[in-house]
Design a protein around this ligand. Sequence first.
Ligand SMILES: O=C(O)C1=C[C@@H](OP(=O)(O)O)[C@@H](O)[C@H](O)C1
Ligand SMILES: C=C(OP(=O)(O)O)C(=O)O
Length: 445
Amino acid sequence: MSTSAAPTPLESRASGPLAGTIRVPGDKSISHRALILGALSVGETRISGLLEGEDVLNTAKSMRTLGAKVERTGEFAWTVHGVGVGGFAQPAATLDFGNSGTGCRLVMGAVAGCPITAVFDGDASLRSRPMRRILDPLALMGAKVTVSAEGGKLPLTLQGASNPIPIEYRTPVASAQIKSAVLLAGLAAPGVTTVIEQEASRDHTELMLKHFGAEIVTTPEGSHGRRIALTGQPELRGAPVIVPADPSSAAFPLVAALIVDGSDLVLSDVMTNPLRTGLFTTLREMGASIEEDDVRGDAGEPMARLRVRASKLKGVVVPPERAPSMIDEYLVLAVAAAYAEGTTVMRGLHELRVKESDRLEATAAMLRVNGVKVEITGDDLIVEGRGHVPGGGLVATHMDHRIAMSALVMGLASDKPVTVDDTAFIATSFPDFIPLMRKAGADFA
Ligand SMILES: O=C(O)C1=C[C@@H](OP(=O)(O)O)[C@@H](O)[C@H](O)C1
Ligand SMILES: C=C(OP(=O)(O)O)C(=O)O
């Protein structure tokens, strides 16, 4: 993403009913992991339905720079010929992850288990995000940061371990990125690497490691947590990966269909891994009509077709323990909450402060500038739903794709249009968002 390009604003206006069938792009988390695990395997990995968004394309590029053969063979179809566990080559260029926390942090883990030195960088948003949460456990495993910006941030140089040490690590916050970085480094270590999490985070890395032949055992820990034990130095074998549609992307047309009167929209192949579906649970509690059928699965990842109909919504309290299963969805949930009748309280959102933007502040600002009453109390976001949104505001997207898409959804039913200052970052996760939404009936101009 070129941050120097001229911004591309867009206005979203009250629209007629949204209808038809939409297949949103492949899941971003699974796409990153398929490329990385493919690169750490021997043999061929064929991926279908890969998300061809900028975040994932940067991960593909980094895998090439680290010695894997990564090819696009057709639309959303990719093959990877890997180098095997611990086999990354010394990179000749900086690994630039653009806007992507997931790509950057997972590849840090994979590099930490190899005897190479790599320079990691990203755009202004990624340069502002915390990396110590990843680098601290990787240091315990023998990796070293030799150069970094202040506070251990990007750009930084990471020297991988020649003899990585297996560790038992308790993650300080529920984060699949921290967990995955430790597990990917642990692949190259002799013995068992264990990650303990207080609250279970998305388990795509664990499921995919199993699919590629690793020995990995997950047991419950406390009331919501997990203990994950990975046996190091497996021979990972390339395996086929079918990437289901991304529930975090589906969230935008889904909420749009709920708030635009008369809508009846079908979303196909949506991944329904229970560690990703907190938004669906919450919207159903609010009164949303979301029906599931055509339930299938591949490599441990379930998917279904969702039929969404416009619904009268009411305010609810969202408990903090649900946060990991809907961490990227609070922005668009806040839009649904603004259209609901009554107050919605979303608790325990501290992690929203360290995403592509400070999403707690950015979400509150997005609503306020469009006439919605909203409050931040500690880590909680409180939205006063009045059944309609005045609109008329200009929303600052802060290099954050999900702010841009949430604001555009909000404008589809507001009294006056909603404008976003820049749509460019939507390309990081959902490149065809605008045409797909227009096809379903959205009035963007
Ligand atoms: O592992 C992943 O694929 C992701 C984990 C989450 O981040 P954290 O690990 O920081 O919670 C999420 O916000 C991000 O969009 C994708
Ligand atoms: C937080 C997100 O992604 P990442 O951490 O990979 O930048 C997101 O897509 O909402």
